[in-house]
Design a protein around this ligand. Sequence first.
Ligand SMILES: Cc1cc2nc3c(=O)[nH]c(=O)nc-3n(C[C@H](O)[C@H](O)[C@H](O)COP(=O)(O)OP(=O)(O)OC[C@H]3O[C@@H](n4cnc5c(N)ncnc54)[C@H](O)[C@@H]3O)c2cc1C
Length: 352
Amino acid sequence: MYDVIIVGGGLSGLTTAYHLQKQHISFKILEGQSRLGGRIETIFGENQTPMEMGATWFGKEHRNVLGLLSELSIPFFEQHTEGIALFETLSTEKPQSYFTPSNTHSAYRVLGGTGQIVKALQEKIGLENIVLNCKVTQVEELNDGLKISDSGGNAYFSKKMILALPPQLAAYAISFSPELPVELSKIMQHTQTWMSGSVKFSVEYKTAFWLENKFSGTVFSQSGLASEIYDHSHFEDGKFALKGFLNGSALHFSKAERQAKVIAQLTHYFGSDAQAFLSYNDKIWNDAFIDGHGPFLPGHHNNGHPRFAKSYFNDKLFFAGTETSPAFGGYMDGAIIAAKATSERVLASFKK
Ligand SMILES: Cc1cc2nc3c(=O)[nH]c(=O)nc-3n(C[C@H](O)[C@H](O)[C@H](O)COP(=O)(O)OP(=O)(O)OC[C@H]3O[C@@H](n4cnc5c(N)ncnc54)[C@H](O)[C@@H]3O)c2cc1C
């Protein structure tokens, strides 16, 4: 029997495990997908350009991200913003342009991609402490611990467990025996999962040709399929890309149609060089590992609710995950804050 089972191998689950490991607590991470990282997913293009399908930016106010990067010796750099940015209201009118100085929003990115954090945590934790393709469907309280079952019929036993996945998803995808308190269940169902349903795209190029005409790569469009576009290059490594968000209508198009529309849009802004792309990728964040198919909720609704700071099943069941964080809920910083607080709570419960 493990001391702790952590459900979810995203940033919060991995950081929780990292803290528990330092305190010599035995644990297993059960991750439903064939990869770690959850809402952090860096992919690599034809030219090995790192491109983020998920979490990308952080600021100087995100002290927990900065602290973790420093502890794991992972470098970061400023988002490129300098140059002409475009704002397009109607497809029939020329986009308005304005000059943006260097990094006015003070946004930073991880060198080599946000996935470097996941890779470093995985190396610290050890693959032997992680089970992939393990989608948890049931949790049963036993006298001396918990029985946790997955969709493949496997059972895992632990003294305590931590749910490190979006609470709304846990409410709809996992059955609990006995049932969780009604009030808690309702709050879980009504906790918004940050970025669920969003659509990210990236286009990789041989050169940052947009810079030659003094464009920064930043575009906001109210008429095109791509609603936000940003430079996504790693200049020092000679790797270049544009990336951003597609609007909700993306769901109605095939990937080939989305690619054609995005390339046409980039050509409209930056010229025919936009057609010579090395790779196009996009991701719709609506799969079974983020979307609980619960009610639609406003952004960050119930994030950091005090109920998530309590334990359940007689001090055996705890919550982590960014949506449970009292600060920066939904963001990477919140995932790390929740991991720290929850691992401390679990440690204290062992000492009782
Ligand atoms: C498109 C997008 C852009 C973003 N941009 C930014 C950004 O720029 N800056 C920022 O700070 N944040 C950003 N975020 C948010 C950031 O990614 C999250 O805050 C953070 O990664 C959440 O980590 P987490 O561990 O709490 O949750 P998740 O990353 O969601 O991890 C939960 C894990 O649980 C697993 N899981 C789910 N169900 C089960 C199950 N039944 N059994 C087992 N495992 C299960 C999932 O597969 C997943 O790996 C973005 C997110 C997205 C999707």
